[in-house]
Design a protein around this ligand. Structure first.
Ligand code: BGC
Length: 924
């Protein structure tokens, strides 16, 4: 019997529960929802026919055979009748106005043209059905932010007209938002639909989970993890968002509700933590006390309504303003009840040390620079079911200033700027500004003083990595056998699509050369993430709900269970770490990658991340927390310098990472493309060594983002400055096409030669990489441990995997691939793996012949990995060989090429490659 069993039925059920629990009901007048049994529903909006399972970019590229849309689920639901005639109208219109996918990476429009509605159609639908569901869709993603324009953050005129007209014609209208993160909601005030539900992007089981909410099988219990303000201009970060070179975090710790609840309550349409239910609850504080700095709360939740359902209790603190100034509310705890029957109650207990609420003094105003402190005064605790209505529950006083933790100055800004600080006024607080404390230490000198001892070089003594595992030799002695060149190779991750690991994945790392393999170091594998396993060969995987949705569940145990399934699926695919969760803060609603991330609040972010990691850790695999830190804008992400105070970094932007490291013992982290306070994060010693490892106790591996840059302070960043990366203890450069040949001309070895990098530093990163590998499934295989995963309940089509025999054909200028005699019947395909001698633009020529008629059309589509690259259409050639040529760009060294034959009748001869323009990552 296998030690591991992956039951897809259970996986689907857990995802379905998460989708239902993450949906946030913002409005539900006169019980518009749930849909009453037996009624007819008219579904409006083209989104019903092309539901977004996730956002775009690396975080959404999970291959699935199907996505269960809400429409599919409604069609299959015996309790609901659909207005078929309206559906046919949409089907016909969408056929004539097909989905616009754009031209590939980051070019898909963030919404699709909506079908204009004529009055007669609406009148007919209203006469023949009882409820209107309006589906609005938005996507967004990596490399391109949202904009504050119609079709992105705001609705288009056609969408508004649809909502306006349908709301007028129907007594009951519910608007369903299939979006990655929050969008503008002004239209709710204008058109007043009966119900509004954020369904987010639910992955491949979207429809199943949503149906449960729509029909009332599950009572909504999702809560907003972001504040929805009246206008995008109301978010204090908007003014600095979207610039090319620098982004000044002037709002400081006043992000999201921390800003609105302190300074601008009236700007909020829907507060943080808000979400309705079909039932009603009352929450009562049964007990609240503070003893020796420990707060204990006992909160009873009573279901006072008519449906059974779950409720989320949220605990906030209002700290004394002190000299530092503090937000009026900060979330410090939350818990979700089980499903409570009407008339029944559940009691939740909370226990937390007040020291957890301390503020960071980055300038020494309290006399304790670089310390977490509790300032004297009255501190109040609020309990409720959203930040706005949470009511005072108890207060405690801090008599004298308490230093909770002494740290040291790290990552402090070097550019002068001012930040928001509350000024007490009669009506509450108003915004004032203060100078941000700047860096006072010489970070270069300090790092040199903390450099590890130089580490020996013993040559091969016959130790294998398994000897470290079996405690026969220390990791240090094992690594001392390796030459500088071996170590320099080890810090180069290889990808994408490295043949050393699971086909189609993002990178291989660790044992990326024969020599390293000879030392018993296997190649470990990572794949995107976070919304499921991305395999660019087309291998299918489970597509998960997006990050925002998962966080809105506020349900840690559920997510832990769900991510145990993810862990099993990683094992099944021989992936050692998922490149996720993504845990950057929703600093501004326009960030294109918000769909991957959780919240504007660091506490929820940390808790949800920890739950996901704990789930994966149950089965011995992990996730890679990303992007460390401040990846809060996609525009110019390679070159953007985020200018942030040390306090905001520690209390907001690093906090989620800290919680996941401390609570779930995270052991893999990815840095970002950009810079924080002038230092590109992949080369930031303060971040990756002093804070992450020395303060938080992180024991694991840190990797760059793919093709990131590093710099030495004051110098331009470069992809080949691996010396800066290693010095900082960012252990892995991700990625190069072939690790063993130093294709980017990185400066690891030359820096050892000129003594700007020590062998000790290089050994330290190699140790971090090996520590990761020692606990990976890849290493279990070296040990001969049977770690096969038994799979049950997988639908047949999802089970089809990419079969690859491990051999790559080397392709270069002038090479050709023999295609004589291959199967070209309708629907057949011919696939091979290619290792390109040189990346760049190629001319690709297919030679083929056919004796079919002159007008016959025989399309041959060439796929590069899963992406359709180009189609050659051949006609009958009277039996003569004819050649067709197209251009194709190859970015990665390793690719899978597939020829797909749309119609039989062709005899193929060969495929020729001619290099037109070489490309080198190191020059880009
Ligand atoms: C993204 C990462 C991702 C990596 C590998 C980068 O473009 O920023 O989040 O994991 O690619 O696909």
């Amino acid at each position: 019997m296998s030690k591991y069993t992956l039951d897809f039925n259970h996986y689907r059920e857990l995802a379905r529960s998460a989708i239902a629990e993450g949906a946030v009901l913002l409005k539900n007048d006169n019980q518009t929802l749930p849909i009453k049994k037996g009624i007819t529903v008219s579904v409006f909006g083209r989104n019903q026919l092309a539901y977004y399972k996730s956002g775009t970019g690396s975080g959404g590229m999970v291959n699935v055979t199907h996505v269960t849309t809400p429409l599919d689920a409604l069609k299959d639901c015996a309790d609901v009748l659909l207005n078929e005639s309206l559906l046919h109208t949409y089907e016909a219109w969408v056929a004539a106005n097909p989905f616009d996918k754009g031209d590939g990476w980051a070019s898909e429009p963030w919404s699709q043209k909506e079908m204009p509605l004529d009055d007669a159609l609406i009148a007919d639908a209203a006469a023949n059905s009882h409820l209107a569901l309006i589906m609005i869709g938005r996507t967004a993603g990596e490399d391109r932010d949202n904009t504050a324009d119609p079709g992105s953050y705001t609705l288009t005129d056609t969408e508004k007209e649809m909502i306006e007209k349908v709301c007028k014609a129907f007594a009951k209208t519910a608007v369903i938002l299939n979006v990655g993160n929050i969008i503008d909601m002004q239209w709710v005030l204008e058109y007043n639909p009966g119900a509004v539900l954020y369904a987010w992007q639910g992955g491949m089981e979207s429809g199943a989970g949503l149906l449960d909410v729509l029909t009332g099988k599950v009572t909504p219990s999702g809560k907003l993890t972001d504040t929805i303000a009246r206008s995008i201009e109301d978010y204090p970060s908007t003014v600095n968002f979207g610039h090319e070179d620098t982004d000044i975090y002037q709002e400081d710790v006043y992000v999201g509700y921390r800003y609105f609840e302190t300074f601008a309550k009236d700007k909020v349409l829907y507060p943080f933590g808000y979400g309705l239910s079909y039932t009603t609850f009352s929450t009562d504080v049964l007990a609240a006390s503070e003893t020796d700095g420990q707060i204990e709360l006992s909160i009873q939740v009573l279901n006072t309504g008519e449906f059974s359902g779950k409720e989320v209790v949220q605990v906030y603190v209002e700290k004394a303003q002190g000299v530092l100034g503090n937000p009026a509310r900060s979330l410090v705890a939350f818990a979700k009840t089980n499903s409570i029957q009407p008339g029944k109650s559940e009691t939740l207990s909370f226990s937390m040390p007040v020291s957890d609420f301390a503020s960071y003094d980055d300038g020494g105003k309290t006399g304790n620079k670089s310390c977490y402190v509790l300032e004297p005064g009255t501190h109040r605790i609020y309990v409720g079911t959203d930040v706005r209505t949470a009511s005072p529950c108890m207060e405690y006083s801090v008599e004298t200033l308490q230093v909770v933790k002494r740290l040291s100055e790290n990552m402090a800004p070097v550019t002068a700027f001012t930040r928001i600080k509350p000024k007490t006024s009669q009506s509450g607080y108003s915004v004032s500004y203060e100078d941000v404390p700047l860096r006072t230490v010489d970070i270069h000198q300090r790092r040199q003083g903390e450099c590890p001892k130089s580490g020996g070089c013993t040559g091969d003594k016959g130790y294998k990595l398994a000897d470290v595992y079996n405690s026969k030799v220390s990791l240090e002695s094992f690594l001392e056998q390796l030459s500088d060149a071996d170590l320099a190779c080890m810090v180069r991750g290889e990808g994408m699509n490295s043949p050393k690991v699971t086909p189609g994945t993002a990178a291989a790392f660790g044992g990326v050369s024969d020599r390293l393999n000879d030392f018993g170091i296997p190649a470990a594998c990572c794949s995107d993430g976070p919304s499921g396993i991305r395999m660019d060969t087309g291998t299918k995987a489970f597509s998960l709900p997006n990050g925002t949705l998962l966080a809105c569940t506020f349900n840690e145990p559920l997510l832990e269970d769900l991510f145990e399934m993810v862990g099993l699926e990683l094992r099944k695919n021989q992936v050692d770490t998922l490149l996720g969760p993504g845990i950057n803060i929703h600093r501004n609603p326009l960030n294109g990658r918000n769909f991957e991330y959780f919240s504007e609040d660091p506490y929820v972010t940390g808790k949800i991340a920890a739950a996901q990691l704990r789930g994966m850790h149950r089965v011995g695999v992990t996730g890679t927390l990303k992007h460390f830190s401040c990846n809060n804008q996609e525009f110019h992400r390679h070159d953007l310098n985020s200018i942030v105070s040390e306090r905001a970094l520690r209390e907001i932007y690093l906090k989620g990472f800290e919680m996941a490291v401390k609570e779930a013992r995270a052991y893999s982290i990815m840095t970002t493309y950009g810079a924080v306070n002038g230092l590109w994060t992949a080369g930031n010693f303060d971040q990756n060594t002093r804070i992450l490892r020395d303060e938080w106790g992180f024991r694991g591996v840190v990797m760059t983002d793919w093709w990131a840059k590093m710099n030495d302070e004051g110098h331009a960043p470069a992809k080949n400055n691996t010396a800066a990366m290693i010095r900082a203890q960012n252990d892995l450069y991700m990625v190069v096409p072939e690790s063993v040949v130093n294709p980017f001309d990185d400066n690891t070895l030359s820096s050892i030669e000129d003594s700007s990098l020590t062998r000790g530093e290089l050994l330290r990163s190699a140790a971090n990489i090996c520590s990761f590998i020692l606990r990976s499934p890849a290493f279990e295989r070296v040990l001969g441990v049977d770690n096969a995963v038994e799979v049950i309940g997988q639908v047949q089509e999802d089970a089809q995997e990419f079969v690859f025999n491990g051999e790559y054909r080397t392709i270069g200028d002038g090479e050709s691939v023999d295609l004589l005699g291959i199967d070209t019947s309708t629907g057949s395909s011919y696939m091979f793996a290619a290792a390109l001698a040189q990346s760049g633009l190629y001319e690709i020529t297919i030679t083929a012949r056919s004796s079919a008629s002159e007008l016959a059309q025989m399309p041959v589509t060439l796929f590069q990995n899963v992406d359709r690259s180009t189609t050659f259409t051949f006609n009958g050639s009277g039996g003569e060989w004819v050649a067709q040529t197209k251009q194709m760009f190859f970015f990665n060294k390793y690719v899978y090429l597939k020829l797909y034959f749309g119609l039989a009748g062709l005899e193929t001869k060969d495929l020729q490659f001619k290099l037109i323009e070489p490309f080198s990552m190191k020059d880009s």
